[in-house]
Every structure is written in C-alpha cells, then in structure tokens.
Write a protein that binds this ligand. Structure first.
Ligand code: G3P
Ligand code: CA
Length: 256
C-alpha cells in the first residue's frame, strides 16, 4: 500500500510533522522539515504553491506577511523576489535570513528521509499544470512510492490521479458545514481524509472505517486531544509539536 514507509512506523498511529517542527523552528523552512525527518516523524508535511513566474515554493499562506519580511501575495512575486526574503526572522532572531525553500530544495533535503505529505495550495485561479509539475518533480527523483498528496482543492488531486491512478491522496476539510467529508473522500477515490481535529466524530470514524478511509486530523498538539482522537481510531496525528506527540504515543503504546 502506498505510501511505502522508509522505515516501519513506530506506532499504530502515524506521526506527521506539520510544516516540520514549527514548535521549534520557523514553519516550512528546510531546517524545520529536516528536523521533522530527523526526529522520528513517519511523514513530513509541507505546503507548495506557485510563484508569479510559475516556480514552486514551500510556504503556507496566500500572502508573505506572516512568515517573511515581504508583503503581498506569493503568486504576485517572482521566484527571485521570494528567494530574497527572510523567512526566519519573524520567528526568532537566530533564524534571520533563512529563505523560503524552493519545492526542489525541499524534495532534495527530506525526500529520502521520510514519507512526504505534499499539500498543494491553491489560493487564486487554477495555475496551469501545477499538479503536473509537482508530480514531475517527485517522479524525476524516484519518490512516487513515498509521497502522499493532499489538498483542499480536489481538482488538483483528481489531476494527480489522472497522471498516476495509484498515487495516494488525502482530501482535506477544514469545515464540515454543507459538506459530507467521508462521502466526498469516497467519491474522489481518496484513501486518506485529512481534517481539522474537531471534525473527527464517532459516526464519521465509523463511516470511514467501512469505506477503508484513513482519518488524519490536524493539528493535534496536546496529549489530551491526542488521547481522545486515538481512542476514536484515527490513523495519524498531524502535529506542530513532534516531541509531545512522540512522548504521548510512546507511553500509550508501550503500556499495551
Ligand atoms: O494537511 C493538513 C493541514 O496542513 C491543512 O491545513 O492550513 O495547516 O495547511 P493547513
Ligand atoms: Ca498544510
């Protein structure tokens, strides 16, 4: 079953390092992603989006303000402009001058160290060949077996599945109002359902189990919340705080 793990997961619940380890490093920077891979995450999650000149960069928000010293929308800037920005000083002075990684740099840095959960971010109009270019970068490095694609924009996931019908995809949901997450994931052919942790309910877990869909809630940062979600039967914990979750899962599963 894809993704194929580089080493067997330590716990029955997968540990997914969300944007690396943002509890200790500026999110989505190479140092944060490398720490996630180096400190025992089964999967490292990060966000990919296109620049004005259609390069791919690793950054979460639609705009630059929160995580860099730039201003305005990512997609209104060229790669060269984005690479000039400081993506670490906002977090702490010692991280000043860290750059926004290119997608290629992130794949090269952590692609051989952990399964990657690549979230394709689409904030504006659909970028031509976005999913194609993400897939090509993954395939050219021989990483297709160890990558999981996720998105709130299911067209991008459909395109990934057109290119590679075996590619594992996670349908993402932040809200459930007016939506039917499990049914929509089934319709998409997604094996994974990524959702805000508040959307995990006993009845959705039951429906997911019946459909063979693995539920991966984000972001789970406290032991108490993790405990409830593991009791409900989630397949993974997507966390900003890898050490807290590692400690919790070690205790929980060592005690069985
Ligand atoms: O993959 C789950 C999560 O990363 C989706 O939400 O906003 O943190 O990218 P967000
Ligand atoms: Ca994300």
């Amino acid at each position: 079953m894809k993704p194929r793990f580089l080493r067997p997961p330590r716990f029955p619940v997968l540990l997914i390092a969300h944007r690396g380890i943002p509890s200790r490093y500026p999110e989505n920077t190479l140092i944060s992603l490398e720490a996630g891979a180096g400190e025992g995450a089964d999967v490292v999650e990060f966000d990919v989006q296109p620049t004005r000149d259609s390069a791919l960069v690793v950054i979460h928000d639609e705009t630059l303000e929160r995580t860099t010293n730039g201003r305005g929308r990512v997609r209104d800037h060229s790669l060269e402009e984005i690479l000039r920005l400081d993506a670490g000083g906002w977090y702490a002075p010692e991280f000043r001058r860290l750059r926004v990684p290119t997608f290629d740099e992130a794949l090269d840095a952590v692609g051989s160290k952990a399964v990657l959960n690549l979230e394709l971010k689409q904030y504006g109009p659909e970028e031509p060949r976005f999913a194609d270019r993400v897939y090509e970068a993954v395939a050219s490095r021989g990483l297709t077996e160890t990558v999981l694609y996720s998105s709130f924009h299911f067209n991008l996931l459909r395109r990934i599945r057109e290119i590679d019908p075996e590619a594992p995809v996670a349908a993402l949901f932040h809200f459930a109002r007016g939506r039917r997450p499990v049914e929509e994931a089934i319709a998409l052919g997604a094996r994974f359902l990524g959702c805000h942790h508040r959307l995990v309910t006993a009845s959705r877990m039951q429906d997911s189990r019946k459909a063979g869909i693995l539920v991966c809630p984000y972001t789970v940062n406290t032991r108490r919340r993790a405990e409830t979600l593991v009791d409900l039967g989630v397949a993974a914990l997507i966390t900003n705080d890898l050490s807290v979750m590692k400690e919790y899962l070690t205790e929980r599963f060592a005690a069985r």
